[in-house]
Ligand binder design. Structure first.
Ligand code: NAI
Length: 330
C-alpha cells in the first residue's frame, strides 16, 4: 500500500527498503516530522508510518483523516504520541511494534550504569589528552548493590537479568509482577520501598497519565542519598527540574538518561552549529555526573530490522484485511 514515512532518516530508508523487498509496499520517505504544519504531506497516502516524536494529536489526526489516511503504523513500541481516543473516533487504525529487541534497550541502560559509575566519559577524554591521573574517577563495585527496576516487562526483565549477572540484589515494582522476574530473583516491593532501598533505579514502565513524573520531588526525597537514576523509557516519567534540584543537593549522585521530556524539538537532529535555547536541557547537561544520550537505546541493527519487518507486516495485515495482531486501542 502507499505509505508516507515521516521523520525518515538514512537508516530508516535502508532498513525499510531492504525488508520491503518481501512486501512490495509503495514507500515515500519524508524527512519532516509529523506536526499540524506537515500533516498535509500525507495527502493521497492511506497509510502513514510514524516514529517516537511525530505528533499525532487530535488536530493532526483530523487533518490526516481529511486527506484520506486510514492506518497509522508506528515504527516504535511506545504510543504516547498518538491520541488513541481521537483515532478511534475517526476510524483510524493504529498499529505498533510491541517488541523488537528488548536487549538493545536493556543493554544501553546497563551501558549508562557502567559509564556513570566508572566515569568512562571522563576517562576517555583524559587519556586522549595524555592525562593519566585517576583523581575523580573513583567508582564502586556493582556486586552486591541493590538495583530497583520500575516496570518489569520485556525490557525491565532483560535489564534485571544482566544486573543479576553482576551479582546485584534486585528489587522490582510493577502493577503486574511476573513470575519470570521472580524466578530471576526480583523481589517485588512497593514503589516507595524500591525508592528507599535502591542504590541504582532504572525506569522501564510506559509513559501513561499514571506514570507521568513518577520520579518527582517527593519521590527523589525518598531515595538513598547519592542514588543513581537511569531512564531509558520516556522523558515524561521524570520531572527534569526536580532531578536538577536533586543533583544540586547531592541527593541524586548520578543521572543517566536516553530520553528527555522536551526531546521532540531536539533529538534526532544535528544542532551543533546553533544555540540550544532549552535552558533546562543545557543546565542538565552541564553537570559532571549526568550522561545524556539522544534516544538511541533502541538503535541496533537487529532492532531496526525487526522494526521494519513488523511495521511492514502490520501494514500488509491491514491492507489484506487479515486479523491485525499489533493494533493499539484506547
Ligand atoms: P512492556 O509492556 O513489556 O513492559 C512495561 C511494563 O511496565 C509492564 O510490565 C507493565 O505492567 C509495567 N507498568 C505499566 N504501568 C506501570 C506503572 N504505573 N508502574 C510500574 N509498572 C508499570 O514494555 P517494554 O517493551 O519493556 O518497554 C518499556 C518502555 O520502554 C516502553 O513503554 C517505552 O517507553 C520504552 N522504550 C524506550 C526505547 C528507547 O529507545 N529508549 C525503545 C523501546 C521502548
Amino acid at each position: 500500500m502507499k505509505v508516507a514515512v515521516f521523520s525518515a532518516k538514512r537508516y530508516d530508508r535502508h532498513s525499510l527498503l531492504t525488508v520491503n523487498k518481501s512486501y512490495g509496499h509503495e514507500l515515500k520517505f519524508l524527512e519532516a516530522r509529523l506536526t499540524h504544519q506537515t500533516a498535509e504531506l500525507a495527502d493521497g497516502f492511506p497509510a502513514v508510518c510514524l516514529f517516537i516524536n511525530d505528533q499525532a494529536d487530535r488536530k493532526v489526526l483530523h487533518q490526516l483523516s481529511d486527506v484520506g489516511t486510514k492506518v497509522i503504523a508506528l515504527r516504535c513500541a511506545g504510543y504516547n504520541n498518538v491520541d488513541l481516543h481521537a483515532a478511534a473516533e475517526l476510524g483510524l487504525t493504529v498499529v505498533r511494534v510491541p517488541a523488537y529487541s528488548p536487549y538493545a534497550v536493556a543493554e544501553h541502560a546497563v551501558g549508562l550504569v557502567l559509564m556513570l559509575n566508572r566515569k568512562l566519559y571522563r576517562a576517555y577524554n583524559r587519556v586522549r589528552e595524555d592525562n593519566f591521573s585517576l583523581d575523580g574517577l573513583l567508582g564502586f563495585d556493582l556486586h552486591k548493590t541493590t538495583v530497583g527496576v520500575v516496570g518489569t516487562g520485556k525490557i525491565g526483565q532483560c535489564f534485571a537479568q544482566i544486573m543479576r549477572g553482576f551479582g546485584c540484589h534486585l528489587l522490582g515494582y510493577d502493577l503486574y509482577p511476573n513470575p519470570e522476574s521472580e524466578a530471576l530473583g526480583v523481589n517485588y516491593v512497593e514503589l516507595d520501598d524500591l525508592f528507599a532501598q535502591s542504590d541504582i533505579i532504572s525506569l522501564h514502565c510506559p509513559l501513561l497519565p499514571s506514570t507521568h513524573h513518577i520520579v518527582n520531588e517527593a519521590a527523589i526525597a525518598k531515595m538513598k542519598p547519592g542514588v543513581m537514576l537511569i531512564n531509558t523509557s520516556r522523558g515524561g516519567l521524570v520531572d527534569t527540574r526536580a532531578v536538577i534540584e536533586g543533583i544540586k543537593s547531592g541527593q541524586i549522585g548520578y543521572f543517566g538518561t536516553d530520553v528527555y521530556e522536551e526531546e521532540a524539538d531536539l533529538f534526532f537532529e544535528d544542532w551543533s552549529d546553533q544555540v540550544i535555547k532549552d535552558d533546562t536541557f543545557q543546565l542538565l547537561q552541564s553537570f559532571s555526573n549526568v550522561v545524556i544520550t539522544a534516544h538511541q537505546a533502541f538503535f541496533t541493527q537487529n532492532a531496526l530490522e525487526a522494526i521494519a519487518h513488523t511495521t511492514l507486516s502490520n501494514l500488509a495485515d491491514f491492507e489484506l484485511g487479515r486479523p491485525i495482531k499489533n493494533q493499539v486501542t484506547p
